[in-house]
Every structure is written in structure tokens, then in C-alpha cells.
Ligand binder design. Structure first.
Ligand SMILES: *Cc1c(COP(=O)(O)O)cnc(C)c1O
Length: 376
């Protein structure tokens, strides 16, 4: 068997014709920036997420950066971020010149631990940025309650959780203004870079639109220092097609996760993901923790199974953040996760036989009894 860590083929083959039609429509439109496709996608994604407004931007990092800008976050402000996240969350805070205040995750859900939030809050805390990591919604009821108590804004990093819900409410709708990424490998991915901001606030939506387009509402009149970060018409046209399939694809990911959980549960040497009470997941990644991670990765590679590490170095130990003065041991939970996490293949298009083969290989490695052939 040869099972790649990730493949688009299961998704892209079934929508090939529709995608090429959308591309042709875009090609023939003679209008390539901020036109009908972006407007339609923004409306459709807002409707899908239950957000009042969606503003398409060039990528997820820009979405988070612009979100912080709309709130006026700047030097002297503190922003709480998870100690274990993709570096983009931290970079958005760096861009606005605010102070990064990392908080450790829950060691089982890997999401920002609400119990650790209050001790990180100071009079300068302006924003809490929960990241719905690996597709699982953060415990938004507890996070929002703390944010409200201290009058702090929430900006969700929803890059990995398009479609996820906390107690029936979609992520990307809890915070004042939130960022989402449509990087190709995300659950909803463009065929290139793309992202969006979601918000219920008319005013923050307006400011997001102004900032993404050179700080301008009226062409050649610039009211603030903006950026050029517009969602492409082409990507919007393609995302509109893929959005229609997102729920179906997320459901397939959930099925795969259920199989993994069922067949790996009794292996005490590995930790499988846990969902917090009320939290749903769209299973962007399926992570197992193992103290023998590197050997396990090599073994699986020898079995023809692709895996990846999300993420091998936590942000506080990255060279780029040396100047913050953090050292090894400062965030032990984040460090433990990065030292032991291994991501298994999970994507629509991954077949039943392949899932069984992966589980069988893992059971074999840890010398567990093989699963029957009729179990999946
Ligand atoms: C992918 C990702 C981003 C950034 O998205 P881009 O579109 O690549 O800029 C931000 N945060 C998290 C958690 C991500 O996984």
C-alpha cells in the first residue's frame, strides 16, 4: 500500500467539471478584482457560518491581522494566544505590535485551556485569540464568559475549523471579528491562497473592507493606512463550488475519525484526541501522541503510510521569536505536544481499506491483536 498523508483527488475528481465551468465563467467575465464572485462567495460563506458579514481577503494570516487592526490593537496592548498553534496566530499579533501572551492548552483537547485564562489577564489585555486547533471548536462558552467579565474582545482563529460547532453554533461567530483561511489544505480550501474575516458587526465589517483595499472605500480616496489583501475573483468562484460540498466532506472526515478512535482506543501507548463537552470537530487533523513518535513515523513510512507533525517546534522556541526571550520548559504542554504529536492521514477520498491498513499497522507496531477484516 502507498497512502499519502494528504490528497485532493477524492474531492477534486468529483467536482472537476463544475470547477472548470466556474473558471470559464470567471475567465470570460472580464472582471478580476472585487467583483460578482467575491460578493457572492462572501454572502454564501456568511450564510453558511451564520455570521452577519464575511469579507474575503488574500489569506488567513491577513484575515487575523486585519481583524486585530479593526479593533485598534497596537503597541502596549496584550493579546492572549495559545502556546501551541501554527505560527500565523502569533504573527498576526506581531504585525500590530502588540505583546504576545501565550497560554497553555488543555493536554487532551489541545485547545486553549479556559482554566488558565484568568491568570494571564492584565489591565493591558485587549484580545483573546482562541484557535480551533485540528478542527475542534474551543470551549467557547467558558472563553466568552471570561472575556465578557473582563471586557476583552475575542478574535477566533478559525483557519482549521470551517463548519465546526460549539453547542450547535458555528465557530467564527463567537468573537467580535474572526479570521478564517482557505489555504488549499484546509477543510475548505481554494486553489491558491485565500482567506476571510467573519463578524456580526456592521462597523467592523466596514473597516475590514476598507483595510483590505488600500484603506479606501471610494477609489483614490484613502481614509486610513490599508493593505492590498483582496480575495481573488478566481478563488472566490472556485470556493463557491467547494463550499457546497464542505458538509459532505466534513462528514467523511468524521467517519474516518470514528474508525480511528474505535481501532486505536485500546493502545495505551498512544493518546487519541478527546473532544471537550459541547465541542464538535471537523477533523482537520487526526493527531495521536506517542513518546516514540519519531520511530513510529519511520515505521509507518516503511509501511507506505504518510504522516506529518503538526507542529514540530512550538512558536515560543522558533528562531523568529528568540527576541521574546522564551526558553525550553516555559510551555511544557505545548512542548510535549510538539515532541510527541503525529498526524495520521484524514481526508475525503481515503478509502476503508486504507483506514484498516493504517490501524492494522499501528496495532501491529504496538503488538495488539489484529482487528477482524469485517470490522470497518
Ligand atoms: C493555516 C493557518 C493560518 C493561516 O492561514 P494562511 O491562509 O496560510 O495565511 C492561521 N492560523 C492557523 C491555526 C492555521 O492553521
Amino acid at each position: 500500500m502507498n497512502i499519502p498523508f494528504f490528497s485532493f483527488s477524492g474531492m477534486h475528481s468529483e467536482i472537476r467539471r463544475e470547477m472548470l465551468e466556474a473558471f470559464e465563467r470567471f475567465y470570460d467575465s472580464n472582471w478580476y478584482i472585487l467583483g460578482k464572485e467575491v460578493k457572492a462567495f462572501e454572502e454564501e460563506y456568511a450564510e453558511y457560518s451564520g455570521a452577519g458579514h464575511c469579507i474575503g481577503v488574500a489569506n488567513g494570516l491577513d484575515a487575523l491581522h486585519i481583524a486585530l487592526q479593526t479593533l485598534g490593537v497596537s503597541a502596549g496592548d496584550e493579546v492572549i494566544v495559545p502556546s501551541n498553534t501554527y505560527i500565523a496566530t502569533w504573527l498576526a499579533v506581531s504585525y500590530v505590535g502588540a505583546k504576545i501572551v501565550p497560554v497553555e492548552p488543555d493536554p487532551f483537547t489541545y485547545n486553549l485551556d479556559p482554566a488558565r485564562l484568568e491568570e494571564a489577564i492584565t489591565p493591558n489585555t485587549r484580545v483573546i485569540m482562541p484557535v480551533h486547533l485540528y478542527g475542534q471548536a474551543c470551549e467557547m462558552d467558558r472563553i466568552m464568559a471570561i472575556a465578557e467579565k473582563y471586557n476583552i474582545a475575542v478574535v477566533e482563529d478559525n483557519a482549521q475549523a470551517q463548519g465546526a460547532e460549539f453547542r450547535g453554533v458555528k465557530t467564527g461567530t463567537f468573537g467580535a471579528v474572526n479570521g478564517v483561511s482557505f489555504y488549499p489544505g484546509k477543510n475548505l480550501g481554494a486553489l491558491g491562497d485565500a482567506g476571510a474575516i467573519t463578524t456580526d458587526s456592521e462597523e467592523l465589517a466596514e473597516q475590514s473592507r476598507v483595510i483590505r483595499n488600500y484603506g479606501s472605500q471610494k477609489k483614490y480616496y484613502n481614509e486610513r493606512i490599508g493593505v492590498n489583501s483582496r480575495l481573488d475573483e478566481c478563488q472566490a468562484a472556485l470556493l463557491r463550488i467547494k463550499l457546497k460540498y464542505l458538509d459532505e466532506w466534513n462528514a467523511r472526515r468524521a467517519e474516518i475519525a470514528t474508525h480511528y478512535l474505535r481501532f486505536l482506543n485500546d493502545i495505551e501507548e498512544i493518546q487519541v484526541p478527546t473532544l471537550a463537552e459541547g465541542a464538535g470537530s471537523v477533523w482537520h487533523q487526526f493527531i495521536i501522541l506517542s513518546s516514540k513518535r519519531d520511530e513510529l513515523m519511520d515505521y509507518l513510512r516503511d509501511q507506505g503510510i504518510g504522516t506529518l507533525i503538526h507542529y514540530p517546534i512550538p512558536p515560543h522556541l522558533q528562531e523568529a521569536y528568540q527576541h521574546l526571550g522564551f526558553k525550553k520548559g516555559d510551555f511544557p504542554i505545548a512542548e510535549k505536544i510538539s515532541g510527541s504529536a503525529l498526524s495520521l492521514p484524514i481526508y475525503p477520498g481515503l478509502g476503508e481499506e486504507e483506514i484498516q491498513y493504517i490501524c492494522r499497522s499501528l496495532r501491529n507496531y504496538f503488538t495488539r491483536a489484529p482487528i477482524g477484516t469485517s470490522v470497518v
